[in-house]
Design a protein around this ligand. Structure first.
Ligand code: 6PG
Length: 468
């Protein structure tokens, strides 16, 4: 029997789709699932691709089916299951055999696993995969982390299965250890923020302008023909246009307004705090999901404090402009955080490559990312808001963001992400801020000292000794 080029463990939705993608690109693949029945059904349903797939019934069979040095992708739930799987598999492998964790791992776990593998002289990669089931099946965006030599060994397979942007594969090595999973985490933070801002725009149209879902769908579709062109705007149009087969009403109108989350957006917010990297739009989006889950409390709030959002008079162009500005601000924050993490962890993540790898296949793919890749290539150290193309867009559209946030506030519409973006933007264009007051307060109650604008030494203010 011909040995397989690559192995895959975990035939859930993502694993099965990835395995079919690998087989379709001409690579012989051996697969194993904890429940053999799942493996058999997967193989039986693989149709014309079945001859490329080797179903195995034990880990030992899987290992025996692979050509050395072996490479095995894990597509199992993130967390302890990954550790258990590695512990079960490692003793069956040679040190140079490569384990690739392709789940949505917390990058701290990947750092730990990478350090353990390095200490034992074993090959290990942590790999972020974006694009959902459809992406996994037909071309995901792949963000790798680990030893460069290990990446290079499997890169031909990964590049062949990845999405392509103008011919270039969206599969890139982001740096050592947890770098790939970290880039995927920030991707998800941005994903949360992008989704939240679109949901806020939807709310303005529904509650402020009184548009039905069927009327909102073509607005999103129209925006998808302009600067906002992106997968998330495209699917928002499709979601708004869909009808509930049971009731015949708009699908959106029967969906409970409480957002789920698996945690990756939250990890972005937590890590941002550790890094002191300001990402208020993403943080607001994470908080908004948490608040959305508190439905009863929100209903009690409406009963206690008023009748919810009131009608608005805003042109649709302003809402579009607000989204354009909000999106730029959010991505600028995300890339700044990536740079801060890369420096702090010593990964050397190539920021332009992040923007490039997100141009196709992943959930946040958009036309704007192409220009961001260019801006970051021109100057990777510059905050995106100062890149000429984006500075121009901000000058054009921050007025719309301001009008939308102000009108919405007056009429009781909650815009947590858009308003966080505006506040950050205004802070970023205020040369003389207000932290002098904070420094005065800190010195007053804690004798923390401060710096003077004139540079003269003065360890404490005239209030010294008054204390808390
Ligand atoms: C992707 C997605 C994918 C998934 C996440 C987010 O890039 O393909 O980010 O990984 O949608 O699990 O899910 P939650 O919204 O449940 O956190």
């Amino acid at each position: 029997m011909t040995l397989a080029r690559i192995g895959l463990i975990g035939l859930g939705t993502m694993g099965a789709a990835l395995a079919l993608n690998i087989a379709e690109k001409g690579h012989r693949i051996a697969v194993w699932n904890r429940t053999s029945q799942v493996t058999r059904e997967f193989h039986a349903g693989a149709g014309a691709l079945a001859p490329q797939i080797v179903p195995t019934e034990s880990l030992a069979d899987l290992v025996a089916a692979l050509a050395p040095p072996r490479a095995i992708i894990l597509m199992v739930p993130a967390g302890p299951v990954v550790d258990d799987q590695i512990a079960a598999l490692r003793p069956l492998l040679a040190p140079e055999d490569l384990i690739i964790d392709a789940g949505n791992a917390n990058f701290h776990d990947t750092e730990r696993r990478a350090a353990a593998a390095e200490a034992a002289g074993e090959a290990f990669l942590g790999m972020g995969v974006s694009g959902g089931e459809e992406g996994a099946r037909h071309g995901p965006s792949i963000m790798g982390g680990g030893p460069r030599a290990a990446w290079d060994r499997v890169a031909p397979v990964l590049e062949s299965i990845a999405a392509r942007h103008q011919g270039a594969p969206c599969a890139t090595w982001m740096g050592p250890r947890g770098a790939g999973h970290f880039v995927k985490t920030v991707h998800n933070g941005i994903e949360y923020a992008d989704m939240q801002m679109i949901a806020e725009a939807y709310g303005l149209m529904r509650d402020g302008l009184g548009l039905t879902a069927a009327q909102i769908a073509p607005v999103f579709a129209r925006w998808n023909g302009g600067i906002l062109k992106s997968y998330l705007i495209e699917i928002s149009a499709a979601v708004a246009a869909a009808t509930d087969p049971e009731t015949g009403t708009a699908m959106l109108d029967v969906i409970v307004d409480a957002a789920g989350q698996k945690g990756t957006g939250r990890w972005t917010a937590i890590e941002a705090q550790h890094l002191a990297a300001p990402i208020p739009v993403i943080e607001a989006a994470v908080a908004a999901r948490n608040i959305s889950a508190r439905r009863e409390e929100r209903a009690a709030g409406q009963a206690a404090f008023g009748a919810g959002p009131q009608p608005l008079s805003l042109p649709l162009e302003d809402i579009e402009g607000a989204l354009i500005a909000g999106k730029i601000l959010c991505y600028a924050q995300g890339f700044t955080m990536l740079a801060a993490a890369s420096e702090s962890y010593g990964w050397g993540v190539p920021l332009p490559e992040c923007a490039k790898v997100w141009r196709a296949g992943c959930i946040i793919r958009s036309a704007m990312l192409d220009d961001m890749a260019q801006a970051l290539t021109d100057d990777p150290a510059r905050n995106l808001i100062f890149a000429p193309a984006f500075a121009d867009l901000l000058r054009q559209h921050h007025g719309a963001l301001r009008r939308v946030v102000a009108e919405a506030a007056l009429r009781g519409h909650a815009l947590p992400a858009l308003s966080a973006g505006l506040a950050w933007f205004d802070t970023m264009r205020t040369a003389r801020g207000t932290a002098n007051m904070i420094q005065g307060q800190r010195d007053y109650f804690g004798a923390h000292g401060f710096q003077r604008l004139d540079g003269k030494p003065l360890p404490h203010g005239p209030w010294a000794g008054q204390g808390a």
